[in-house]
Structures are given as C-alpha cells and as structure tokens.
Design a protein around this ligand. Sequence first.
Ligand code: NAD
Ligand code: ZN
Length: 266
Amino acid sequence: MNISRKDVLLNFGGGMVTDLGGFVASTFKRGIPFVNIPTSLLSQVDASVGGKTGIDLDAYKNQVGTFAEPDFVFISNEFLETLPDEQLISGFAEMLKHGLIADVAYWEELSTLNPLENKQLLTLIKKSVSLKSEIVLADFDEKGPRKILNFGHTIGHALESYFLQKKNPQLHGHMVGLGMLAEAYLSKEMKLISETEFMQIESVCRNHFGKYLKEKPDTDRMIQVMQNDKKNDSGKINFSLLNGIGKCNFNVEVPEELIRKSIQCF
Ligand SMILES: NC(=O)c1ccc[n+]([C@@H]2O[C@H](COP(=O)([O-])OP(=O)(O)OC[C@H]3O[C@@H](n4cnc5c(N)ncnc54)[C@H](O)[C@@H]3O)[C@@H](O)[C@H]2O)c1
Ligand SMILES: [Zn+2]
C-alpha cells in the first residue's frame, strides 16, 4: 500500500486488533503513528490504553511486542450496542480488576452491577481508563508498580494458554475473572486479605465467570505453563496479590504448594 512514515494506522476493532495494529505500527519502518478506536469493552477499558502492543507465539501470550503509545484513543459507547454479551462480561473482568487493585469504592459500585442489564457504562469506562492511566503513567515500561495490573493474570493467562493448547480457546477476560478468584485465594492464604474480603470477591467472580470453566485444569500442566510466563524473574512464579481491597502488592513469591491449592479451588 506504499505506506510511509508520514501515514497513520487506524486500529479499529477489539483488543486483538489494537494489540496487533499497535505492534505493526510501532515496528514498521521503525515506527509510524497510530490511533486506536477500540470497539469492545475490553479494549476500551484496558487493551487500547497503556502502550502495550504484541502478539502471541505458539500458545504463549504476548511473547513478541513493544511498548508504544497511540497518538489518540477514541472511545464511544455506541459500539457496545452490537457487542455479544459474553464479550461484555469479558471486558467487565478488567473493570473489576481496576477496582480491586486501586479503588475500593469503584469495586463496591461494580460488585452489585450487572453489565448485561445496565449498558450505560460510559462513566464507568472513564473511571477504568483513568485508574489504568494513572498506574501506567507512574511506571510506563513496567519496572515495578505497573505490575499490579497483572492481578488475576498469572493464573488467568495460564488458563488461557492451557485451554488454547487443548484447542478449546477461551476469552481473555473470562479467564482473568477466574484468575482473580484463584489469586484472591492466594492473597487470603498469604494473610493479605481477610476471609470476608475473599468471600465477597469469590462470590462476584463465580457469579460472572464460574460458568466459563468447562473442565478442571490439570494442576501439573498449569504449573508448567506458569513457569513459562514472561512475568517471571529467574524461573520463579511471581504474583501481584491484593493487600486489602483497593491495594495491590507486586513481585510476591508464593510457595508452589499454595499455587497448587489455588488451582484446585475452582
Ligand atoms: N495491550 C494490553 O494492555 C492488553 C490488555 C488487555 C487485553 N489485551 C489483549 O486484548 C485481546 C482481547 O481483546 P478483546 O476482548 O477485545 O477481543 P477481540 O479483539 O478478539 O474481540 C472480541 C470479538 O468481538 C468482536 N467485536 C469487537 N468489537 C465489536 C463490536 N462493537 N460489535 C460486535 N462485535 C465486536 C471481534 O470481532 C471479536 O470477534 C487479548 O488478546 C488480550 O491479550 C491487551
Ligand atoms: Zn487483561
């Protein structure tokens, strides 16, 4: 198409398109400008904001990618009118995560909301974008504090990879929702949240995401997949775990025995 460095790439679609388009734009001719127009809830509240682009390799998530910012992100509520319900629930997982890691009042508001019944989500989308932006701005290239955005994702990504390898691919947000349940369990076992806080999180996650776990994953295989996760330092499995609701610690090492128990808690 004779694209030059003066052209702009418009990434119009869900998170797959904004991740892939961002990667292409940031590497083609050493980088051309790009604009994200996210059309799924997940890409609006998460994937299109924060500068991470990338693609998967084999069954492993985001193995090739860059940190690159779009020039603009345009978000419109109207796109959500045609979005399938299961995709809406997938995006909702990341919104719940924003509340859990950074804003207890936002979590409380979301925990009683059914996004399928109340699709006027624009105010909440703005809240999620601003929470994520604040975290990203403090640590753009993920030296440390940004890692709290990975809450639910160590086990969530492992579930995604596990089912992908079994040729039974699952939606990102659904697996992150289940990952948040398992990692909230780890937070409780590591004495970072109370039993009551865990039970509240468990109930919300089971309610929205429980039905998406079609079979119990094999624990040994899950541990193996997690050891391959790029979030690890020197072969150890690292977690971002809640430290009370609305706060999150990163680089938490968890004994393997506990990780096994958390996978069996599904
Ligand atoms: N870069 C990041 O920081 C980041 C953060 C979270 C997730 N992600 C990535 O985002 C991807 C998931 O994004 P996603 O959930 O948007 O999936 P997706 O891009 O696959 O879109 C989901 C489905 O919805 C359809 N769709 C999109 N908008 C629609 C609309 N308005 N109406 C009807 N159908 C529509 C798409 O065609 C697709 O079939 C994952 O690969 C994940 O790793 C990236
Ligand atoms: Zn995610």
